[in-house]
Design a protein around this ligand. Sequence first.
Ligand code: CA
Length: 223
Amino acid sequence: MIANKYKILVIEDEDNINNLLKALLETYGYQVITAKNCQNGHTLFTSHRPDLVILDLGLPDRDGMTFLKQIRQDSLTPVIVVSARSEDMDKVDALDIGANDYVTKPFSSAELVARVRSTLRNSRHSSEEGRFPGGKFKSSGLLIDYDARQIFIDNAEINLTQTEYNIVALLSEYSGKVMTYAAIIKAIWGYNDVYSTKKLQVNMANIRKKIWCKARTKELYRQ
Ligand code: CA
């Protein structure tokens, strides 16, 4: 079997579910590493830089929410919470802290794999590793080189910060479609807090200053 490029960290203390998830995801070609508590999970997260984390909440040493809070301080790596807790408030809390999705146990294999796939797809743009799809985007005088993470207007490179670049690349992917602030914030930062909208507005203002006048970026940004 040809392994796909994605590495998934499973943090789950129940042996049977841990084994099931590993076997299931490996069947689909994912590389899987597993931990059975928060501390080991955190060590593996730091050393392996997984593309996605599947996180149980009821773990022996600490609550999975603690792990999520901890990694969200400086990481946008997508996290799917898999938990027996089916209360709405638990889901809301996990999503608020920055979980990308929430699956309630018991779950079907097909559902879990579908969630993994869609979460990886949706988070491509928010990865701090810059794993953007290859190729280029062209519109009028605007050229985005996704591999080089460079943006050119009429062949002149525009200097953008990492975040500004991520926003423009995201908007280019959804060119012509309406994107809400909330969707952009979630894709770029992975979480939404009281400062998010302001943060996005400041970044958008800077992007406009740098390129708006020179290119028809309106085509990319229809609010
Ligand atoms: Ca558990």
